[in-house]
Design a protein around this ligand. Structure first.
Ligand code: PLP
Length: 235
C-alpha cells in the first residue's frame, strides 16, 4: 500500500474510534475530552506511528522492549515525539532500556519492579509516570496485582523520587462480561484516588470493550486492532 493509501486508511479508522469514544462519553454523561486515546502500535512499523502522530494521536503504546526501542528511535528520527507508554510484562533487566523512551509505564505489578524503575529513574528532570496493573480476576498468569498487593506496590512507587504514581491499568479478564470487571475496577480506582491524591488515571478498554470501560470511568483507552488492523500474532 502507498503511504497516502495507508494514511487514508488510518485516518478513517481514527475517525471511527474517536466517534466510538465520543458516543460512549455521551452515553455515560462524561465530557468528550474525558478520555485519552492511546494507540497500541505493537507489530506495526514506525511509519504508522508517524502517520498517526501527523493525524493528531499524542499517545502510543508498545508491549515489547526490543521492538519498542527501535521504533521509538525511528519515530524520533522522523520528527515526531509522541508520549510512549509501555504496557507489556517488564523484566527488571529491561527497565533501563524502557526508560530510554517511555514516558509512562503502565504495567507495574510488583514491589521489586517498582523499586528497579525508581532506581533507574532517579535524578530525572521529569518523573516517569507509573500505573499499577491490577488483576481483575486474580489469575497471576495474566499479570497484575490483586488485593492488598495493590497498596504495597503503590507505596513502593510513591517512595521512589523518579516515579509519579499516576493511577491504574487493567485488562478485562477472558470469559466475563467486561462491564462487570470494569465496575470492580471503578471501585478500586476510587479507593486509589482517595489514598493517593493525583493518582486518577484509569487505563482500561481495548478495541472490543472500550464502551464498557468508558462507562465505568476509564480515562485512557488502549486501542490497537480498531486503529491499525488485525495483527498477525495474538499479542
Ligand atoms: C495489544 C494490547 C492492547 C490493544 O488491544 P486491541 O484489542 O488490539 O485493541 C491493549 N492493551 C494491552 C496491554 C495490549 O497488550
Amino acid at each position: 500500500m502507498t503511504d497516502a493509501g495507508r494514511r487514508a486508511e488510518l485516518a478513517a479508522n481514527l475517525e471511527r474510534v474517536r466517534e466510538r469514544i465520543a458516543l460512549a462519553c455521551a452515553a455515560a454523561g462524561r465530557p468528550p475530552d474525558a478520555v485519552t486515546l492511546t494507540a497500541v502500535t505493537k507489530t506495526y512499523p514506525a511509519s504508522d506511528v508517524l502517520l498517526l502522530a501527523g493525524l493528531g494521536v499524542t499517545d502510543v503504546a508498545e508491549n515489547r522492549d526490543q521492538e519498542a526501542s527501535i521504533k521509538a528511535e525511528a519515530v524520533r528520527a522522523g520528527g515526531a515525539r509522541p508520549r510512549w507508554h509501555f504496557v507489556g510484562q517488564l523484566q527488571r533487566n529491561k527497565v533501563k532500556s524502557v526508560l530510554g523512551y517511555a514516558d509512562v509505564v503502565e504495567s507495574v505489578d510488583s514491589v521489586r519492579l517498582a523499586e528497579a524503575l525508581g532506581r533507574a529513574a532517579a535524578g530525572r528532570e521529569n518523573p516517569v509516570e507509573a500505573l499499577v496493573q491490577v488483576s481483575l480476576d486474580g489469575d497471576p498468569a495474566r499479570g497484575g496485582v490483586f488485593g492488598d498487593d495493590l497498596w504495597r506496590v503503590s507505596d513502593a512507587v510513591t517512595s521512589s523520587e523518579g516515579l509519579r504514581l499516576a493511577g491504574l491499568m487493567a485488562v478485562a479478564p477472558l470469559g466475563e462480561e467486561p462491564g462487570e470487571a470494569f465496575a470492580r475496577l471503578a471501585v478500586i480506582a476510587g479507593q486509589m484516588a482517595s489514598r493517593y491524591p493525583g493518582a486518577t488515571v484509569v487505563s482500561a478498554g481495548m478495541s472490543g470493550d472500550l464502551e464498557a470501560a468508558v462507562r465505568y470511568g476509564a480515562t485512557h483507552v488502549r486501542i490497537g486492532t480498531s486503529l491499525l488492523g488485525m495483527r498477525n500474532s495474538l499479542r
